[in-house]
Design a protein around this ligand. Structure first.
Ligand SMILES: [Zn+2]
Ligand SMILES: [Zn+2]
Length: 680
C-alpha cells in the first residue's frame, strides 16, 4: 500500500521539480519530499533534487546540506555532488567526497563510474594536484576503468594541468580510441605549458580540427608573443566564432598592437560583452584610458550590458585619468543595475575615488563593503597615505591587524608611504623592520623606495645614498631616481651628480635623468652645467619625457602639453593666464624660472614657464568650472616648483580649491597653502 502510494508520488514530485524556477520553490519541493518520505527512501528522487540544486539553482551550499542528509546516496547522487564541487572555485571537497565514496567499498549502490572519474580528475586539474591525480589514475587502472575515451580524455587534461605533460603524452599515445576531445586536450596541454612546437606538430597531425582546436593554437601563439603567426592562422580558419576573434583581439593587444586589435574589433561580425571588455581592458592596460572610456560610451549607446570585467577596467581607467565624474557615473550605473559590489568591484571603486582625490567617497565605499579582503584594506590605506592622511592610514592598519587580517607586501607599501609622507623617518624605519620580524615579508624595491623617500624628505641624503648602495637588489634604478628627486628638492648638486652617475650606468638612455640633473643645476644658477647637460642629451638623441596635464570638463577630458597652442579655446586660456599673472604680481610673485632648461633670456624663460601644461589646465579650469567646485588636474610627471607656487597663489587670489595629482602625490591647494607640506 505504502509503496504504491510512493509510486504515485514520485513522478509528481519530479514533475514539480522540473517546473522549479527558484531556490524558494526548490525548498518547498524538498520539504514535501521529506514529509512524504521520498527523500529518505528513494535515492533517485534525492539525486534529482541534488542535480537541480547544483546545476540549475547553482546553490552548492544547500546541495551539500541535502546530500549529507541522504541516507544511502546512489552513484548519481555522488556524481552530482562531486561534479558540483569540481566545477566550483574551490574543488577540494570533491576529492574528499571521492575518497569517502571509495571507502564505502562494498556498497554497490554507489560505485564510481566513468562520470565520477571525469569529475574527480577535473577537480585534481583545478587544484593542480598531480599526486592525487596519479592516485586516482592508479585506482582506475586497478579497476580497468582507464580505457574508455571519456576517462582517457580526463586523464590527459589532468596531467597537462598538473605540469606533467610527459605523462599526458604517454596517456595520449596509449589511447586505444581518440576523439576530437582527446586531441584538443593534448593540444591545450602543450599550449598551456608553452611547448608551442609540439602543439603545432600535433595540430598539423589532427585528423579533424574543430574551432576549439584552432582557437587553442591561436592562443598558443599569442601566449608566446607571436602575434604574426596567430594572425596567419586566424586568416586560415575555415570558420570563426566570437571566441576566435576575442582571442586574437586580446592577444594583439597583449603584444602591444593596440591599433591592430581595434581594427579586428571593428571588423568583427558580431561582438559579445567579452569582446567589448577585451577591447576596453586593452586600452586601459595600453595606457590609453581616454579611448577606453570613449568605447564604453559607444557600448552603452548600443545597449550592450557591460560585464564585471569591463566595469573593473573602466574604474581603473577613471582612476588613472583622475576622471571623477565618469567614475561616479559608473558607480551610479553599478547601483542602478543592482550589480553586486563584491570585494573586487568595491576595491576598484575605492581606488578610483582615492586616485581622484575624493578620499571621503573612498571611505564611504570602504565602510559599506560587506566583504572586505586584504586588497580592499590595502587600497584604502594607500589611498589615505597618498592623499596626505597618514595618521588615518596608520589607524586603519592597526584596525586591520586587530581584525586578525594578515597584511601583505602591498599593504606595507601603503603603510610605509603613509609614514614617509608624514615626514617620520623613525616611524618608517619601525614599520620597515616589523614587516620582516612580525610577518616574515622580505622588503622589495617599493619598500626600500619608501625608506629612501623618507630619508630624502628629511634631507638625510648621505644616509639615503648609503642605504641604496647597501641594497642587494639588482634593479635599483627606481631608488636612485627617487634619490635624485630628493636632491632636486633640496638643491644638492654634489650628491645629485653622484646619483646621476649611478643612474646612467644603469640606464644610459633615460632622458628624464638628464633633465632632473640639469634642473638641479638650473636651480643653483649653474647655467653652463645646465647647457652642458642639454648638449649631452642632444648628442645622445635623448628626448625629455613630455609633461602632460589632464582636466575633466563636463565629462570630456582635455589634455595639455607644455606650450600647447592646439586647444580650440587657447585664446581664453591665454587671457586667463594674463589675469593670473597680474593678480599674482599683486601678491608679490615673481616666476621661479629655475625649472627652465634653456639658458635663454629671462623674459622668454618666463614665457616658457608660464605655459607649462599644468598651468594651462588650471587656467582652463578657471575659465570653465563654476566657482564652488574644485579644479581637478592630473599631471603625468612631477609638478615643478614654479607651478606649485602658482597653484598655491591662485587658490588664494581666486579663492578656489585646486586638486592636483602628480606622479607622486596629491596636492590640495587651499587658501594659499598645499597639503603636501612642500615636499613631493
Ligand atoms: Zn611647471
Ligand atoms: Zn603640494
Amino acid at each position: 500500500m505504502v509503496s504504491s502510494f510512493r509510486r504515485f508520488l514520485q513522478p509528481r514530485c519530479l514533475a514539480l521539480l522540473q517546473e522549479c524556477g527558484s531556490m524558494e520553490e526548490l525548498v518547498q519541493v524538498h520539504n514535501q519530499m521529506v514529509r512524504n518520505g521520498l527523500f529518505f527512501e528513494e535515492p533517485v528522487a534525492a539525486g534529482k533534487l541534488l542535480d537541480f540544486c547544483t546545476r540549475v539553482a547553482g546553490n552548492l551550499h544547500y546541495a551539500r546540506k541535502l546530500f549529507d542528509q541522504v541516507p544511502r546516496p546512489d552513484t548519481f547522487a555522488w556524481n552530482t555532488i562531486i561534479r558540483g564541487h569540481a566545477c566550483s572555485r574551490s574543488p577540494g571537497p570533491a576529492l574528499e567526497l571521492f575518497a569517502r565514496m571509495v571507502a564505502l567499498g562494498g556498497d554497490c549502490a554507489a560505485w564510481p563510474n566513468s562520470y565520477t572519474y571525469t569529475f574527480v580528475l577535473k577537480a585534481c586539474a583545478g587544484l593542480r594536484a598531480g599526486q592525487e591525480g596519479e592516485h586516482v589514475h592508479g585506482f582506475m587502472v586497478k579497476l580497468g576503468a582507464d580505457h574508455d575515451v571519456f576517462s582517457a580524455n580526463g586523464l590527459i587534461s589532468m596531467y597537462a594541468a598538473c605540469d606533467k605533460i610527459e605523462l599526458a603524452r604517454r596517456m595520449f599515445e596509449t589511447c586505444t580510441e581518440r576523439d576530437i576531445v582527446t586531441w584538443n586536450a593534448m593540444l591545450s596541454g602543450y599550449v598551456d605549458c608553452g611547448r608551442i612546437d609540439c602543439a603545432r606538430k600535433l595540430f598539423d597531425e589532427m585528423p579533424t580540427k574543430g574551432i576549439i582546436s584552432w582557437n587553442a593554437m591561436i592562443s598558443g601563439y599569442i601566449n608566446c608573443g607571436d602575434a604574426i603567426m596567430a594572425r596567419k592562422l586566424f586568416d586560415l580558419m575555415p570558420e570563426r566564432n566570437v571566441e576566435s576573434w576575442n582571442t586574437l583581439i586580446t592577444g594583439s593587444a597583449r603584444c602591444g598592437l593596440l591599433d591592430t586589435a581595434r581594427e579586428l574589433f571593428d571588423m568583427m561580425p558580431d561582438r559579445n560583452a567579452v569582446s567589448w571588455s577585451a577591447m576596453i581592458s586593452a586600452y586601459v592596460q595600453g595606457d590609453r584610458p581616454i579611448e577606453a572610456i570613449r568605447l564604453f560610451e559607444e557600448m552603452r549607446k548600443l545597449r550592450v550590458k557591460p560585464n564585471w570585467a569591463t566595469i573593473v577596467s573602466l574604474l581603473s581607467a577613471c582612476a588613472h585619468l583622475g576622471r571623477l565624474e565618469q567614475g561616479k557615473h559608473i558607480h551610479t550605473y553599478i547601483e542602478r543595475n543592482k550589480m553586486k559590489v563584491d570585494s573586487i568591484i568595491g576595491t576598484a571603486l575605492i581606488d578610483m575615488y582615492a586616485k581622484c582625490g575624493c578620499i571621503e567617497h573612498a571611505f564611504i565605499v570602504f565602510d559599506s563593503l560587506i566583504s572586505k579582503d586584504i586588497f580592499s584594506w590595502t587600497v584604502m590605506i594607500s589611498g589615505l597615505a597618498v592623499n596626505g592622511h597618514g595618521e588615518k592610514a596608520l589607524d586603519l592598519f592597526n584596525r586591520l591587524q586587530r581584525d586578525g587580517l594578515r597584511p601583505n607586501e602591498v599593504t606595507f607599501v601603503g603603510v610605509l608611504c603613509a609614514c614617509s609622507h608624514m615626514g617620520q623617518v623613525e616611524l618608517t624605519n619601525h614599520y620597515f623592520n616589523s614587516m620582516r620580524s612580525m610577518y616574515g615579508i622580505q622588503p622589495q624595491i617599493e619598500h626600500y623606495g619608501c625608506m629612501i623617500d623618507a630619508l630624502g624628505r628629511a634631507g638625510r641624503l648621505e644616509e639615503a645614498v648609503s642605504l641604496v648602495e647597501a641594497i642587494p637588489a639588482s634593479n635599483n634604478h627606481v631608488l636612485w631616481l627617487t634619490l635624485l628627486g630628493a636632491c632636486w628638492i633640496h638643491g644638492n648638486v654634489e650628491i645629485g651628480e653622484h646619483v646621476f652617475k649611478k643612474l646612467i650606468e644603469l640606464k644610459p638612455n633615460d632622458g628624464g635623468v638628464y633633465v632632473l640633473l640639469s634642473n638641479i643645476y638650473a636651480m643653483k644658477g649653474k647655467w653652463n652645467d645646465t647647457k652642458g647637460m642639454r648638449m649631452l642629451m642632444k648628442s645622445k638623441g635623448l628626448q625629455k619625457h613630455p609633461g602632460r596635464s589632464f582636466i575633466d570638463i563636463h565629462g570630456i577630458t582635455h589634455e595639455f602639453f607644455s606650450g600647447d597652442k592646439s586647444h580650440p579655446r587657447i585664446e581664453e586660456i591665454c587671457q586667463m593666464l594674463e589675469e593670473v599673472a597680474s593678480r599674482l604680481k599683486l601678491l608679490g610673485y615673481t616666476p621661479n624660472t629655475s625649472a627652465v632648461l634653456f639658458d635663454i633670456e629671462e623674459e622668454e624663460k618666463q614665457q616658457a614657464i608660464s605655459h607649462h601644461s599644468e598651468k594651462l589646465a588650471i587656467a582652463f579650469g578657471l575659465v570653465c568650472i563654476d566657482k564652488n567646485s574644485p579644479i581637478r588636474v592630473v599631471k603625468n610627471l612631477r609638478v615643478c616648483h614654479d607651478c606649485h607656487t602658482v597653484a598655491k597663489l591662485i587658490s588664494k587670489a581666486f579663492a578656489r580649491e585646486i586638486i592636483l595629482r602628480d606622479r607622486h602625490v596629491f596636492h590640495y591647494f587651499r587658501d594659499g597653502l598645499c597639503s603636501c607640506k612642500e615636499y613631493w
